[in-house]
Design a protein around this ligand. Structure first.
Ligand SMILES: *[C@@H]1O[C@H](CO)[C@@H](O)[C@H](O)[C@H]1NC(C)=O
Ligand SMILES: *[C@@H]1O[C@H](CO)[C@@H](O)[C@H](O)[C@H]1NC(C)=O
Ligand SMILES: *[C@@H]1O[C@H](CO)[C@@H](O)[C@H](O)[C@H]1NC(C)=O
Ligand SMILES: *[C@@H]1O[C@H](CO)[C@@H](O)[C@H](O)[C@H]1NC(C)=O
Ligand SMILES: *[C@@H]1O[C@H](CO)[C@@H](O)[C@H](O)[C@H]1NC(C)=O
Ligand SMILES: *[C@@H]1O[C@H](CO)[C@@H](O)[C@H](O)[C@H]1NC(C)=O
Length: 347
């Protein structure tokens, strides 16, 4: 009797779910707003070069606003394609602007979202920033824009979300480009100790231009000369930390760090069905948790020159490129080299 009632409760839930999803995709309901938005939005006052639009939607019992830019293909190419460019954790959609210009000239419509929690998007607290949710949020935006087939390019954290996107929505992704993605190793399995969300928050809330620049010099531009152009991206970030949303943003970073550490994607790379291009900088040494690991553990982490080829060998349909002498952000460090590689591979 007990078994029977449990079973019927489950079948009621399952049939109910089936009815809902047959009617529409509840994850994709939202509103696109393309009216005026303030220059300073959710703590980011950085000036974006194209109109900032908003996708208002809700999940996890929260109303969310995702800021994005939508750049049309510049020429009337007969094969119109769309690309979505996913930013890294210390960057924003706007960091891809130069790449977006090149892709637009090559016939792509380009969508540049700011992930929920980041930059000009809302910064819900008490929200699960798990990587699946972040991929789902991007998919909700693309669905609301009527985009079904897409080229996905992701850098750093955005690369980890892009890989997850490819696993979740294999029929929608025409090609996947991962640029120094996070997640090419399981940091926790390699010995990174647990740092509580509260302790991560404490380390984040004191960030300023000096500390961020120092981190990026060591991790992203390892043994390279710092160029004044990189300052722009550090100011963009430091201004969020010093804004009225600074504390909320620091807490989001703590939640995001927790999610990235607990959701390794490396084991699932063999399941990727999409044609994939993995590119890494030879001198990239970025790894989550390195800062609070012992020297012995830290020494094992972030060797992209080894992680890159190993990950490429796990992905069924993968082309691999290593940029000699470049670090974590090849598209900023040597844009011409990056475009040569990117456009020689894209269809
Ligand atoms: C979307 O949300 C923003 C706040 O983030 C609000 O200013 C705007 O009016 C909303 N637009 C719509 C169409 O709901
Ligand atoms: C953004 O805010 C910072 C700090 O308040 C300020 O120095 C900077 O000039 C502002 N930038 C813009 C584009 O308003
Ligand atoms: C979300 O917005 C709707 C419509 O404006 C409002 O009724 C609802 O209370 C909001 N939910 C939350 C959790 O703020
Ligand atoms: C930046 O933060 C560091 C560490 O919290 C602090 O020592 C330094 O004084 C700060 N610098 C500025 C310019 O606020
Ligand atoms: C990789 O994907 C491309 C495009 O879908 C396809 O033409 C090619 O046959 C695939 N190669 C392998 C080894 O699966
Ligand atoms: C740059 O860093 C890499 C990796 O740590 C190292 O192998 C290489 O020798 C360094 N190059 C220079 C010029 O310092």
């Amino acid at each position: 009797m007990k078994f029977f009632s449990v079973f019927s409760a489950w079948s009621a839930i399952l049939s109910c779910t089936a009815v809902v999803s047959a009617q529409s995709d509840p994850d994709s309901i939202g509103t696109i707003y393309d009216g005026h938005v303030p220059a300073d939005l959710y703590g980011s006052n950085y000036t974006y070069p194209w109109q900032v639009k908003l996708f208002n939607f809700s999940n996890q019992r929260q109303n969310l606003t995702m800021a994005f830019m939508d750049i049309p293909a510049r020429n009337h190419h007969k094969n119109k394609k769309t690309a979505v460019l996913l930013h890294g954790g210390n960057f924003c959609g706007v960091t891809w602007s130069d790449t977006a210009r090149h892709m637009s000239a090559a016939g792509y419509r380009v969508i540049l979202p700011d992930d929920i929690g980041f930059c000009k998007s809302s910064k819900p607290q008490g929200y699960s920033y798990n990587v699946h949710q972040q991929a789902l949020n991007i998919n909700s935006l693309l669905t609301a824009l009527g985009i079904d087939q897409v080229t996905v390019i992701g850098h750093s954290m955005g690369g980890m979300i892009a890989a997850r996107y490819g696993l979740m929505y294999p029929t929608k992704v025409q090609q996947l480009i991962l640029v120094d993605p996070l997640g090419l190793e399981d940091w926790v399995a390699k010995g990174v100790p647990y740092l509580s969300i509260d302790a991560t928050y404490e380390s984040q809330v004191v960030q300023n231009f000096t500390t961020l620049k120092q981190y990026e010099q060591v991790s992203y531009f390892h043994n390279a000369t710092w160029k004044p152009a990189y300052d722009t991206w550090v100011h963009m970030l430091a201004n969020i930390y010093s804004s009225n949303y600074g504390s909320d943003y620091a807490y989001v970073m703590a939640l995001v760090t927790d999610a990235l550490l607990s959701q390794p994607v490396i084991y699932q790379l063999p399941l990727l069905q999409t044609r994939t291009y993995l590119m890494v900088g030879e001198n990239d040494v970025t790894a989550l948790g390195k800062a609070w690991s012992s020297p012995v553990v830290a020494a094992k982490l972030g060797h992209y020159d080894e992680l890159g080829p190993a990950a490429a060998a796990m992905i069924p349909n993968c082309t691999f490129h290593m940029f000699p002498g470049l670090g974590h952000a090849p598209f900023l460090q040597d844009p011409e080299a990056f475009y040569d590689v990117l456009f020689s591979w894209l269809d």
